[in-house]
Design a protein around this ligand. Structure first.
Ligand SMILES: [Fe+2]
Length: 179
């Protein structure tokens, strides 16, 4: 047993699905389910990826077009070991709970597959015992990213995944939109 304890999650923050045909799935999630597209991956994210939201969230669901969902995952873009689930993001209530959770994951021997500053979240990517992609995150205050959600969605700064530096978190947040 680890000497540390898990933080209590706030809940599921967003879900990312691998889809065969982006246009077909886009129509389903917008015209059938009523979601609004709020962002699209640009040059910083080398994927065909779109973000959908409701009620002012940065994203509720994202879709990644992948011809080969069973492809070996290389980094956070291709989470999971196969199938249609790319990753589930689980939010922790605040920065302190997130930092405690990082230490707990490390104490439990869970490898950090990737870690990064996503503009609207700070995140670490792990796998559950079946290889499902799990993103552990805390949300950056909304005034930091709500001015330009698409720009925040397209921002990614990789962070260390090993050693002491992987357990630290920089609270000097990059601001999106406005001045
Ligand atoms: Fe995510």
């Amino acid at each position: 047993m680890a000497a540390t304890r898990p933080s209590t999650p706030l809940g599921v923050n967003h879900l990312v699905l691998n889809v065969r045909d982006m246009e077909v799935s886009h129509r389903f999630y917008t015209e059938v389910l009523g979601y609004e597209q709020v962002g699209v991956a640009g040059d910083a994210i080398p994927l065909t990826m779109r973000f959908y939201s409701t009620h002012g969230k940065h994203h509720d669901i994202a879709l990644v077009e992948q011809d080969r969902p069973d492809a070996a995952p290389a980094d956070w873009h291709l989470m999971g070991t196969g199938g249609r689930l790319n990753h589930i993001a689980i939010a922790y209530p605040d920065r302190e709970a997130f930092l405690a959770q990082l230490r707990h994951l490390r104490a439990c021997g869970v490898p950090f597959r990737a870690r990064g500053d996503h503009g609207m979240t700070h995140s670490v990517y792990i796998n559950d015992p079946d290889g499902n992609g799990i993103e552990v995150l805390y949300e950056i205050p909304r005034e930091v990213w709500e001015g330009d959600i698409d720009a925040a969605l397209n921002y990614y700064k990789p962070l260390p995944t090993e050693g002491e530096a992987s357990l630290e978190d920089d609270a000097h947040y990059k601001r999106f939109g406005g001045d």
